[in-house]
Design a binder for this molecule. Structure first.
Ligand SMILES: Cc1cc2nc3c(=O)[nH]c(=O)nc-3n(C[C@H](O)[C@H](O)[C@H](O)COP(=O)(O)OP(=O)(O)OC[C@H]3O[C@@H](n4cnc5c(N)ncnc54)[C@H](O)[C@@H]3O)c2cc1C
Length: 396
């Protein structure tokens, strides 16, 4: 048992996984969430093999298996329906023990949340300030309440208040794209339930992706280049999407028509360029607060889970908290930075699909040898770096 209390600000995927990891390692924790209810924001989510390996270590992989869909592969198509690439997950499953799962975010949150001690999770507590008092950190909340602990972890998302207090203002970087996503009850014989699809459009930024998250429901997203902050009303969204995506396969048009317009969630896609540091004194950052990435590789939540597990492990096995936080940053930053950069460049590539470049980019993707795809995926999915955790055990 480690005699320390960790205050966690934010009950998103990062904060909840950190709480679970602390529980797993025998570390006391308290979670404070601004929303009155602990609820997911978003529609479906793809959990890649690195996320599944973390969930497995926390004893939750079988719950995901029961609720979600294990994909056999991902298929990239052009808007005319031609297959650009197909990557099977068989090799990944053999190598890492897990493939990618699709699941409803509400189910993922429920699985994380229900594994925690509910009296340690406090909804309706919006963090606003902090101060240190000797060996303690005191968190202050908007409702006037306070909490005292040994460490405070900001898992409060891309617009993190904790980060602002520790690092000052950090500028977000806009990808140029907005994204609409939803879940639709859908059946189409041309789509496999066990496949993820991404379809690239004729113009810069125009993309659609989909995958079943249970045998009846499809998680679908659409991306489009536009200025941030521009909103399209629910009533106009179906006709807007039908018009923008009219060259795409007809099953997407049926999906748009079948979807409840009010169920779409629009998110302008930002990241934060890699930060110089993630901690200061008794405060550290985790998840999107520390390493928000664009969602092109489907890695944001997976990286948050890795950070959560590694941080709890470092706290458990390093006798001094400052060494633990240094080690956490040392282990996690290179990977999070790699994902951030790869995802950003992928985004830039797709944003440059002008009619002039389209053929070139599509051919490049079609002709890239499979071993190069696997090389990149292995690097992202491999948790071999966790081996380093063993060597730091009980050093001081
Ligand atoms: C379109 C899209 C698709 C994506 N798809 C995938 C995918 O398929 N796979 C994947 O791995 N990742 C995906 N991601 C990324 C993933 O959603 C995020 O990286 C992940 O949810 C980040 O989790 P987090 O806990 O760090 O932050 P958040 O989910 O933002 O959670 C932060 C929490 O902190 C709370 N909070 C904020 N401020 C305060 C405060 N002052 N006091 C108390 N609480 C506060 C918030 O209410 C929230 O609950 C996607 C992202 C987008 C935008």
């Amino acid at each position: 048992m480690v005699f320390m209390t960790v205050l966690i600000v934010g009950a998103g995927i990062g904060g909840l996984t950190l709480a679970l990891s602390c529980r797993h390692m025998g570390i006391d924790y308290q979670v404070f969430e601004a929303s009155r209810e602990i609820r997911p924001v978003g529609a479906g989510i793809w959990l890649p093999p690195n996320a599944m390996q973390i969930l497995h270590r926390l004893g939750l992989a079988s719950a995901i298996r029961q609720r979600g869909i294990l994909y056999q592969g991902i298929e990239l198509r052009d808007f005319s329906g031609n297959r650009l690439k197909q990557i099977s997950t068989e090799r990944t499953i053999q190598k890492f023990g897990f493939g990618t799962y699709g699941i409803h975010r509400a189910d993922l949150h429920r699985i994380l949340w229900e594994s925690l001690d509910s009296h340690r999770v406090h909804p309706g507590r919006r963090f606003r300030a902090l101060r240190t008092e000797g060996p303690h950190v005191v968190a202050e909340f908007v409702d006037g309440s306070t909490a005292r602990g040994d460490l405070l972890i900001g898992a409060d998302g891309i617009r993190s208040t904790v980060r602002r207090l520790v690092l000052g203002k950090v500028s977000l970087r806009y990808s140029g794209q907005t994204c609409w996503r939803t879940v639709v009850p859908f059946n189409d014989p041309s789509l496999s339930v066990k496949r993820m699809y991404e379809i690239w459009g004729p113009e810069s930024g125009l993309r659609a992706g989909l995958g079943y998250i249970d045998p009846q429901n499809v998680y679908v997203y659409f991306t489009h280049n536009q200025k941030p902050g521009h909103r399209i009303s629910d009533s106009q969204l179906p006709s807007f999407l039908l018009e923008r995506f009219h060259k795409f396969p007809s099953f997407l048009h049926r999906l748009i028509r079948q979807a409840d317009p009010e169920s779409f969630i629009q998110t302008d896609l930002f990241d934060i360029p890699p930060l110089e540091r993630w901690h200061d004194g008794r405060i550290a950052l985790l998840g999107d607060a520390a390493h928000a990435t664009t969602p092109n590789l489907g890695q944001g939540a997976a990286q948050a889970m890795e950070s959560a597990y590694v941080l709890a492990h470092c706290l458990r096995h390093q006798p001094h908290f400052s060494r633990a936080l240094q080690l956490y940053e040392h282990l996690r930053k290179p990977r999070a930075t790699l994902v951030n950069k790869l995802s950003w460049h992928y985004n830039q590539l797709l944003n440059s699909i002008s009619p002039l470049h389209r053929g070139l980019i599509f051919n490049f993707v079609r002709l890239t040898p499979a071993f190069l795809d696997h090389l990149m995926l292995d690097r992202i999915y491999s948790l071999a770096y966790l081996e380093e955790l063993k060597t730091v055990k009980d050093t001081g």
